[in-house]
Every structure is written in C-alpha cells, then in structure tokens.
Design a protein around this ligand. Structure first.
Ligand SMILES: [Zn+2]
Length: 258
C-alpha cells in the first residue's frame, strides 16, 4: 500500500530556497574568493599590454620645476607698458667702464589702441620713462593731433632714446638723461594723411600745425620734468626733448619747461 508522499516541512523548503538563491547570486568575485579559500590558484588579472607598453622604457630626466621668481618692479613695469605699447625687454648699454646705464631697458616700437602711433625707429628706454612716454603719446599727443590736425597721427620721427653721451653732445660735463634711457627726442610728426610736421619754430609751421605743436609742448610739461625745443637753445632748434631726469632727485627737484 502506497502512501502519499508527505509534504516537506517548511523549514527544509526555506533552506533549499536560500541555497539556490545564494548560488544564483554568486558572481565571479565570489567564485574567485571561494577558490582562494580552497587553495586553488587564483588567476591574476593582467591587462593586455598596449603598444606603448611594449616599447623599451625611455629614461627622461625631468627638469626641476623653475624657481618661483617674485615679480620685480621691472617686470611689473613692462607688463604695464605692454598693455599700451608694442614693447619688449632690451639689452642694456654695452659700453664698459662707462657711467651710462639703463636700470630696466625696454624697446618700444609703437603705441597700441584704436589710434596707434608708430615710432620711426625702435626706441631703447628705461621702462618707467617708456611708460610715461607711451601714455603721453596715446593720451595727449594723439588726441591733440586729431583735434588740431583733423586726423590721427600715424607716426612720430624720433631719436633712439638711449645714447651714451653728455648733455648737448658736449665733450665734457654731466651725462645726458639719454645716457640713462630716460629721455626722448621728437623730430617729426606724420599724420595719417597730411603734411609732415617738422619740429621747428612754430612761425615756420602751418597754422594748424603750430597750434598742435604748441599745445603738445605745453602739455608735455605736465608729464615730464624737462621739456626743451625750438627757442630753448640752439641744440634743440629742430627737435623736442623730453626727459624725467630731475624727478628722481628729491633733494634738488626742479623742472625745466622751455
Ligand atoms: Zn634729447
């Protein structure tokens, strides 16, 4: 006589169910762990080498990071100058055994902005002076040209700025401010489309040119400590000299505005 199978106790069913569940969830990680526990050698994952990895390693010496250079007064000046002028660092005077020197030499080619003004040559100047001159050209000379000459100024004919010489090219005496890159001579003014203005006595200039030049010369006295031009002395009959020399001498400050 057959007896109907007895139902499995609930506890047994629950145990079987949990065993199936744990087996189904066991992923590769768990399998690997189980192998490790059973002292079965565990495969070690090694990434396939990329073509670069197969190349023999090249030994490159990494250069040490550059030393941090604190911004100096000079570089700050050139940074400021570069905002308003085409400027670059320049080498200083080469004359040895000479007292000629430029503390922060820069070369300047033009002012920048909406109405740029080019210089006839690359000027070598001490940066603080170059900054004062570029500002003067951009903020004063150019607006005066547009006002009096009815057109923007395209270029200014100048001397070189730095020259290792004495005042007025004399064989003896004090060094000129040019010997420190602290002066500039302006010889001609060339409007974008008009007659070139040669610096000379205003009586020999056209009326609008004379007004422009007189206004420029008067304004220069507000930006520079020495302004000399036609009428000052014979050495300055054909150019306008601007410098900032005396402003450094606090014990003996004076201005020359002639
Ligand atoms: Zn000069």
């Amino acid at each position: 006589m057959r007896t109907a199978p007895r139902p499995w106790p609930l506890a047994v069913l629950a145990l079987i169910s949990s065993l199936f569940a744990s087996h189904a969830l066991a992923g590769p990680i768990e399998k690997t762990l189980r192998r490790a526990e059973g002292n079965v050698p565990t495969p070690i994952f090694r990434p396939r080498p990329s073509p670069q990895d197969t190349q023999p390693p090249t030994i490159t010496e990494t250069p040490p990071p550059p030393a941090t250079i604190e911004p100096t007064k000079a570089s700050a000046c050139l940074t400021q100058l570069s905002q308003i002028a085409l400027a670059a660092p320049a080498s200083g005077p080469k004359e040895e055994d000479s007292k000629c020197r430029i503390p922060d030499p820069v070369s300047v080619k033009a002012t920048l902005g909406r109405f740029p003004v080019e210089f006839s040559r690359e000027l070598t100047l001490d940066c603080p002076f170059a900054l004062a001159f570029a500002r003067f050209v951009r903020d004063t000379v150019q607006p005066l040209a547009r006002h009096h000459l009815d057109q923007p100024l395209a270029s200014i004919g100048t001397g070189p700025g730095y020259t290792c010489r004495r005042r007025n090219n004399a064989p003896s005496g004090k060094l000129s401010e040019h010997a420190f890159g602290n002066a500039i001579d302006m010889v001609t003014f060339r409007p974008a489309n008009g007659a070139v203005l040669n610096v000379t006595s205003p009586s020999q200039m056209q009326q609008d040119q004379a007004r422009f030049f007189s206004a420029l010369r008067t304004a220069a006295c507000g930006s520079f400590t020495t302004v000399l031009g036609p009428g000052s002395n014979p050495a300055h009959a054909t150019h306008l000299h601007l410098d900032l020399g005396r402003s450094k001498d606090r014990k003996n400050p004076y201005r020359i505005c002639e």
